[in-house]
Design a protein around this ligand. Structure first.
Ligand SMILES: *Cc1c(COP(=O)(O)O)cnc(C)c1O
Length: 303
């Protein structure tokens, strides 16, 4: 079984009139176009773990996440496409939402566990499965093999950049991109936009993956009060950006990342006279939990 598909992720210049007044050349790496559901950084993070699974006799992937997890959905879709069974342990009380319905559509088994038991994922895994029959993949695809797949983004680039901006949850994608930058011998500055509140721990998580976090610019103030939380200013920004560019964003990751990049362009000199790459990490189904923010009651902002 070959667990792979060709990567389509063009690098496009962002010609947003709002940025015309600033001397910053902005590009966007369209990882959202890699696959509709095995999207963005999730495919990059899965590539090597799934290759490893394909080389063993395992026919079963077991992983972990929250109820809106793009990682879980990517695993469900990959399992259906490449022919292995998938199970996800979900944190907290049983709930239902469109992302979980999509996971079931792709044949994934969903198992809800309370927050205490969820904490020790290896123990939870071993309680139900043996390592001989099932393959363990950490929450969000957090792994050195995941970072390895993300590093490949750099070798696809058609030009060099002074700065690269990416959203950070577990920090796996950030760690991988930093590895790619170092391997290419570039002096590019990497900016990670933390989407969780109080996410200083990301530095340790990046270090755990064997990457020195020190040169990475970790921006901790763009979480909009926490993971998957939004504020009217963020919603208004997303509405404006999507309607001007035709590039879709969701509020949990890419909306916060692009908001941060614009804020740094408009209100600091960090990106002045430079070429910047925004990494569109995909995950657009995340918008399904936020659609009500764009209802008529919220007011259409227009162009
Ligand atoms: C999961 C996800 C991230 C976070 O990636 P990490 O490697 O966990 O930091 C960023 N953007 C999107 C769209 C995601 O789905």
């Amino acid at each position: 079984m070959s667990i792979s598909f060709p990567i389509y992720s063009p690098e496009e210049q962002l010609l947003d009139p709002v940025l015309a007044a600033y001397n910053t050349e902005v590009w966007i790496k369209r990882d959202d176009m890699i696959h509709p559901l095995i999207s963005g950084n999730k495919w990059r993070k899965l590539k090597y773990p799934l290759t490893e699974l394909g080389e063993t006799d395992h026919q079963h992937l077991v992983t972990f996440g929250g109820a809106w997890s793009n990682h879980i959905l990517a695993c469900a879709a990959a399992g259906a496409q490449f022919g292995f069974r998938t199970t996800a342990f979900l944190r907290g009380e049983p709930v239902d939402n469109p992302v979980l319905s999509l996971c079931r559509l792709f044949g994934m088994e969903l198992r809800f566990v309370d927050r205490v038991r969820y904490r020790d994922k290896e123990a939870l895994f071993l309680e139900h499965y043996s390592p001989e029959e099932a393959f363990f993949l950490n929450e969000g695809g957090y792994s050195t093999q995941g970072a390895r797949g993300c590093a490949e983004l750099i070798s696809e680039l058609q030009r060099t950049y002074d700065h690269i901006v990416v959203a950070a949850g577990t920090g796996t994608t950030t760690a991988g991109i930093q590895q790619g930058i170092l391997k290419a011998g570039w002096s590019t500055q990497l900016h990670a936009i933390a989407v969780l509140k109080g996410a200083g721990f990301i530095r340790d998580e990046i270090a755990e993956l064997g990457v020195d976090p020190e040169p990475i610019n970790l921006h901790l103030d763009y979480h909009f009060s926490g993971y998957a939380k939004v504020q009217p200013e963020l919603i208004k920004f997303i509405q404006g950006f999507v309607s001007r560019t035709g590039i879709m964003l969701e509020p949990t990751y890419t909306g916060k990342m692009v908001y941060a990049a614009y804020d740094l362009i408009e209100n600091t000199s960090i990106f002045a006279d430079s070429r910047v790459l925004l990494v569109h990490t995909g995950g657009l189904t995340g918008v399904l939990g936020h659609l009500h923010h764009f209802s008529t009651q919220s007011g259409h902002q227009g162009k």
